[in-house]
Design a protein around this ligand. Structure first.
Ligand code: HEM
Length: 208
């Protein structure tokens, strides 16, 4: 445990922790988008999907506990990198693979904060909501309020920016790169971000 913490506190260790937790969170977001995309087949399809998930029993609270810890680790180590870079360089900067800075890389801590705020609102409106309605109606009722629609749009925009840099960056950190296939892999990360954007933004447009 001490070794793990010491490793996690070194600069390289922190990057690896961010990459591995980012990979797990990215996998959750992709699965969440796939599950939510059932709404495009109608509200009954999303309700059936949610019922199927809930029928998995104790696996769900276990997975939620795991996810919560991964989120906390990602946030905690992210903040420590932010402070370290600020002290070292006077400001935050993440460079992309070519040594340059993109919009996505510049804004990582800020988009991360917006996503965190969005998550609180999201969980309060759809997960810990006091309602006996089927889940699709809960989502529909939430998005019927313009203020929530605007907050959801803000959160999802931040997620798009965050993942547009994050997916590629974590592959670099984990050493998944090859000059011959880099263009393909870069394209793959954009396809994943495009898919997330189309599903989440598509749902907002659908329920407008
Ligand atoms: C329009 C977009 C979205 C919709 C319609 C949506 C829908 C839902 C629903 C219905 C649930 C509750 C599932 C259940 O209790 O059965 C849920 C949970 C959750 N959502 Fe979303 N979601 C959206 C976007 C997002 C985004 C962008 C993120 C991450 C940044 C996210 C993260 C989560 C998390 C962490 C949970 C809790 C998972 C759990 O504890 O089981 N969602 N979402």
């Amino acid at each position: 445990m001490v070794n793990f913490l010491q490793g996690a506190l070194s600069s390289l260790g922190r990057k690896y922790v961010m990459a591995v937790t980012g990979l797990l969170l990215g996998t959750f977001i992709l699965l969440h988008a796939v599950g939510n995309s059932t709404l495009f087949q109608g509200k009954a399809a999303l309700n059936a999907y949610a019922e199927q998930l809930h029928s998995l029993g104790p696996i769900i609270p276990l997975a939620e506990f795991f996810l919560l810890n991964i989120f906390l680790l990602h946030i905690f180590v992210g903040i420590s990198i932010f402070w370290f870079n600020r002290q070292a360089h006077g400001r935050y900067a993440v460079q992309n693979s070519a040594g340059g800075k993109t919009w996505g890389s510049r804004t990582m801590p800020w988009t991360g904060l917006v996503i965190l705020a969005f998550l609180f609102l999201h969980l309060l409106t759809v997960r810990f909501v006091d309602s006996n309605l089927p889940i699709a109606d809960v989502v529909e009722q939430t998005l019927a309020y313009p203020v929530y629609t605007v907050c959801y749009l803000g959160g999802i925009t931040a997620l798009i920016l965050h993942t547009s840099h994050g997916f590629w960056s974590l592959l670099q950190t984990l050493g998944v790169h090859h000059p011959r296939y880099n263009i393909l892999m870069r394209g793959g990360t954009y396809v994943a971000v495009l898919f997330i954007s189309l599903v989440f933004l598509g749902i907002i447009v659908l329920l407008w």
